[in-house]
Design a protein around this ligand. Structure first.
Ligand code: TYC
Length: 113
């Protein structure tokens, strides 16, 4: 949240010398919170399957997908995208469902940014 201090430039004197305070109003538009979608490593899901998921559900190129898959494999997890709550929830559900249907233990979660 950003607050703005009243400064002397906000004080205006009318013709009679009487001071009045002009408060500038700014509509407070709250940005919706964004959510990171995280992919977790495991020892069983094939690398090509993870690459396929990243291409299919996250619209990433083959090269980007391979790079992210390797990051997850080496570091344990990686952020694969940042979305609104509804979109992040959908991506997680798509990944979890696809992995489950192929009997891979791949885990995908979301976290508030
Ligand atoms: N660690 C897996 C393997 O060696 C590959 C893998 C990468 C699995 C990323 C999950 O999110 C993942 N086959």
């Amino acid at each position: 949240m950003t607050y703005r201090r009243l400064t002397m430039t906000d004080r205006k004197e009318g013709p009679d010398g009487e001071a009045s305070v002009i408060t500038k109003t700014r509509p407070k538009t709250q940005r919706p919170p964004m959510y990171k979608v995280l992919l977790l490593n495991d020892d069983y899901t094939p690398m090509e399957f993870v690459v396929h998921i990243l291409e299919r559900f996250f619209g990433l190129s083959h090269a980007q997908s391979f790079e992210i898959m390797l990051t997850v494999h080496k570091k344990g997890l990686a952020v694969v995208g940042v979305y609104s709550y509804e979109v992040a929830e959908t991506k997680v559900a798509q990944v979890m469902d696809f992995a489950r249907r192929h009997q891979h233990p791949l885990q995908c979660t979301m976290e508030k940014e």
